[in-house]
Design a protein. Structure first.
Lengths: 170, 67
């Protein structure tokens, strides 16, 4: 759509026309603010915890487990040098006793959501899929933080918004 | 021919007083839009609606994503 708009502007005599092709989805995904009736505070990015534990592929699981427990978490994202999410260590993976690496223990390619995802949709999804958290990443896969279901539900409550009628609560 | 730009370039051009135009329908603009953006839906883009723009200054257009 925006290339056609840019072409139209040029046909109207504008000579310095730029096309932000990735658009507001990209802007919101990067955590930059948006304005309007449905603004950023109603989005996943505003509620994602940025102190979620991370580790690298080669780290030993036992060491990661200690760090995760000390931080009071029960999940850990496995990221590369650029912060791109490669995998996830959930509760059962973290409990493994074998001397393995994070890479061997992780679930590869976990589902992620964008910071611009609407909070009510995230709450619905976590309830439907019985999830307690969701990793929030930029469109290029870099980790923004982790959205906890309890934070999303509290944020939704504060906003006065609701999930779709008929959805199971709690 | 317009110039495709990324987010960093948007921020740089805005700092240089570029004009920002969301070309999605009014309801989508009302839901959320970039700070300082005005709304001229693609279907309404014409001589009349673009009078609010300064032809001498850069204009950045955007929609939702690569659509």
């Amino acid at each position: 759509m925006s290339p056609r708009a840019a072409a139209r502007l040029e046909s109207l005599g504008f000579t310095k026309v730029y096309d932000y092709v990735a658009g507001k989805a990209d802007w919101g995904s990067s955590g930059l603010p948006l304005e309007g009736d449905d603004p950023s505070e109603h989005r996943a990015g505003a509620h994602a915890r940025t102190d979620a534990p991370i580790c690298r592929l080669g780290e030993r699981l036992a060491e990661v487990r200690v760090r995760v427990e000390q931080a009071g978490w029960d999940t850990c994202l496995v990221v590369d040098d650029c912060g791109v999410v490669l995998g996830r260590l959930g509760r059962s993976a973290l409990r493994r006793e074998e001397d393995v690496s994070a890479e061997e223990a992780m679930t590869p390619g976990p589902s992620t959501v964008r910071p611009s995802a609407r909070l009510e949709q995230m709450v619905e999804r976590m309830r439907d899929q019985n999830l307690t958290s969701l990793p929030v990443t930029m469109s290029d896969g870099r980790l923004v933080g982790v959205l906890l279901r309890k934070d999303a539900e509290a944020g939704l409550e504060r906003s006065g918004r609701r999930t779709k009628p008929g959805k199971r609560m709690g | 021919m317009s110039t495709p730009i990324d987010r960093n370039e948007v921020e740089r051009l805005l700092a240089e007083d570029a004009q920002l135009v969301e070309v999605l329908p009014a309801e989508e603009y009302a839901d959320e839009h970039l700070p300082r953006a005005i709304n001229i839906p693609l279907k309404e883009l014409g001589e009349e609606t673009t009078r609010q723009l300064d032809v001498r200054r850069p204009v950045i257009v955007y929609c939702y994503d690569y659509q």
